[in-house]
Design a binder for this molecule. Sequence first.
Ligand SMILES: [Zn+2]
Length: 348
Amino acid sequence: MRSCIQRIQGIHSFQVPTPFPVGPVNVYLIEDDALTLIDAGPKSEAAWTALKRQLKEVGYVPEDIDQVVLTHHHVDHVGLLDYLGQESPIDVLGHWRNEPWISQDPAFFENSWAFFKKLYRSFGVEERFLPFLKQMFEGIFRFNCQTGLDTVLKEGDAVPGMTDWRVMETPGHAQSHIALYRERDGVMIGGDHLLAHISSNAVMEPPYPGEAERPKALLQYRESLRKMLPLDLSRVLTGHGEEVTGVHELIGQRLQKQDERATAIRAVLDSGPLSGFDICKRLFPSKYESELSLVLSETLGHLDLIQSRGEVKVMEENGVCYYSAVYWFHEGTGHMPFSSKRRNLHDQ
Ligand SMILES: [Zn+2]
């Protein structure tokens, strides 16, 4: 893979190990007016050793790097900022929503866990799983950095020190997510927005300071995928695994798979109203316990999707939300709720 990417002038691709099931993270070194690293890797000795070795292979040491541009705030992309910053001052650039995560803002972290606990309970998650979910939430941040942004990047910005690269906001996988796009050769550095070998998870996140509602990550993610369609993309350099060349085709596949999962959830609800956690158990019977937070994110995202289509309604009972299917029938070109002809299951 590296030899292929190195043919794109001025871009080196490095693989940095992570302790996570996703495997190594790809970071990119761009030689231009500034020597720029796109993402950094998790905070671990293994990652640091691997990054230094690969920098050396192309003739650099960490002190040569002028700036790091973050595609998003996940720890496997940002942790090594702490090591890089120790060697010499370094500019960190990224979307403003990186800030509370990479600075480990104590109030934000506390509010986040309070938000997740409330959300999990309303989803019907059994109390016995909460300590485990808290442990997971806190454990991941062992690999996080503690730094701050020097420059905020937003939609349409030119990236300082990187000729012809522009910022495209692509929220969904993370609220802080951006991609960098170079129109002249159709190359995008896409972070985890679109991966070749696995579909990217639209991760649940809490509301940010000053915001009341949680983001609907899967809806945003689909919009961010569609936003790429008008672009003349030759390839997307990804945050994990191989680069993507058949970009439009892959976007179509990802959207279709989400539609299929939404249909599957809708079918599960045919038997009657269920809590979100009940749906998780039925959809993912073999992995809902071992990959709980992922499965919860996936299910909640798809429930948001079918709710946005008016195909499900939510009723609260003793603090737990129950989802029930709304039936529609089509008459001529219009459509109306089927519940006027047949009672909704929740009302039976
Ligand atoms: Zn990520």
